[in-house]
Design a protein around this ligand. Sequence first.
Ligand code: DGJ
Length: 727
Amino acid sequence: MSIQYEEEQNIFHLKAGGMSYAMQVVRGKYLAHLYWGRGIRSYEGSRSLIQKERVLEANPESGDKSFSLGTLPQEYPQYGNGDFRSCAFCVRDEAGSRISSLSYQGYKIEKGKPGLPGLPASFGKEPEAETLRIHLRDEAAGLDVFLLYSVFEKENVIARSVCFENRSQKELMLEKMMSMSLDIRESDFDVLTLYGAHNNERNPDRRPLKSGTIQIESLRGVSSPQQSPFMALLRKGTKEDQGEVFAANFVYSGNFQALAQADSFGNTRFQMGMNPWNGEWLLEPGESFWTPEVLLVYSDKGLNGMSHTFHRFIRNHLIRSPYGKQERPILINSWEAAYFDFTEEKLLALAGKAKEAGIELFVLDDGWFGKRNDESCSLGDWYENREKLPLGLHSLEQKIHSMGMQFGLWVEPEMISEDSDLYRAHPDYVLHTEGRPYTYGRRQLVLDLSRQEVCNYVLDAMEKVLSLAGIDYIKWDMNRHLTDVGSAFLPSKRQGEVFHRYVLGLYWILERLTANHPEVLFESCSSGGGRFDAGMLYYMPQTWCSDNTDPVCRIGIQYATSLIYPPVAMGAHVSASPSHQTGRISPLSTRGNVAMSANFGYELDLTKCTEGELLEISEQVRFYKEIRNTVQKGAFYRLENPFEGNTAAWEFVSEDGREVLAFRFTVLCRPNAPVEILKLQGLDEEARYQNAKTGEIYGGDELMYSGISIPPEEGDYRSGCFRFWRV
Ligand code: DGJ
């Protein structure tokens, strides 16, 4: 049993994989957090909850000065009666009061993992998962709160979400509704988050938690490259391969907030959920509201341990597409090869070269529709541009298919250009606030997906695109963030819902489109990796990692992205040198090694490559086909951190443990440098491994503990791949 309830002490003990999570109902009313960490057989309460009188803390019970909600470690803390830390939720009643008093009502244990209405969510059937539903009630407000904990038997994962139900006869305004809150009775942590920008996504930021709060958020309407919806607490001294990690990742693509708050008594409040700023929700009598879910992951094997859990979990319990389990095709994308400037002839020439190199999927990026010759127009006009494609998309697709390649197409369905037939017909479709001027991003406006009519239009438009031609792949782009957020169709008291309604609208469309077309491989994109989150991965099994394809930058971006997401989820392409983003000149071999460490493709004009380059590309494609199964389904280890030095390295071990691939990168060449070594991980100590190139055989223990010498090479941006077979 993954969920145990001990009646005498009112303790819930959740066991997931190798971890335990314990809670207790205190004084018949309050839900306290007891423990989250390494698995223990049975939680008896040796570390009792000692409360003592602390001056200036408030007491909910008059006769007992020792008991205070301000110092009690809690699971879902409320506002207004003595807990002065960040509350997990806040409800405003019709009288304007924000005070809540929840009291425990009971619990239920269900087999399996329930879905969340209208939201992406992890899945698992019995016996993979079991769900605890704890019922709390605020009698005065007439509010029921259900805390959901889904425990995955074989994984160190608990998925948490919350449901609010208005059982009163009055309206309730939900002002804050975190998906997860817990209080750890320790505070000596580092906090790890990922920050960045366009072309510079996901840089790790590790800082000590001192007094007060470390908080990250997005108010951009999307999860954003500025801050990933992820936060981890790291025990001091935690490294890649050792130490304890307590991580939270949000299965949501909109505004979010995550925080770690250290109080004055050595406790840490850890929270994640939708951003409360401009994020209210009006709950009518009888209505319910579900928060998106948070995945809680525990590791006692450092950051690599955390990543292994996330990677396996995302592949097996989050990505819904049948492609989640299938090998992904090697693609050529037309964007950096041609941008907006192409003809059918040019595309076919590119496809021809790609086919010769063994590439499997041709993707026509932006510029194929309306009169789109630059970014100023046509978003919304999803029909072929007959000047560029006089015979239409269908004819192009047929030619590509007859070459023996798959055909893919770029779309940006959430947007509208002012210069478009769609805008001329439906200017009201724009997300905007009446009487205010528009704010532009990439010269475009956002469709108001908080409106069902607009969602219907987008779904219909995309169904038409998919019927234009035989389409095997869709790249779903989103190139600006939300501004002027408001709705002429909602009453003033519902204006705070528009951000979330936008995301729900997007999910409504994706739910239907991806279910109607399971045969289509979807890749999400937002000016590169600007909406790389677990919510999007639920619908679309891969995400374009960054517009920055410079291999030196990509080493860091892919390294840090792998903290949460498996390499198969990261689109990674070889592009031209000098790089279009940085101007850097780099070897084709290194561009290949970086891109083939993820979901591999190309994005350059192959018709301009030399014979030598084309040969090398064919060789890369051939090699990737050989290693694809291991890269896309194997276990991934980060070996050397590019954010800490001049080198980076990572390794893949195939599911059956037979194949080992280590990639190593040196940024700048150092003259007369020491000989460097690389130590592998994840091998069988007792087994022997043969170097695929040299035939030499070594023990797994030797490769891991003594390591491999790296032959010195001249020149900057060098890299190598070491491949071993277990013999
Ligand atoms: C942004 C994407 O990240 C690029 O890959 C490309 O598709 C452009 N949009 C096209 O406008």
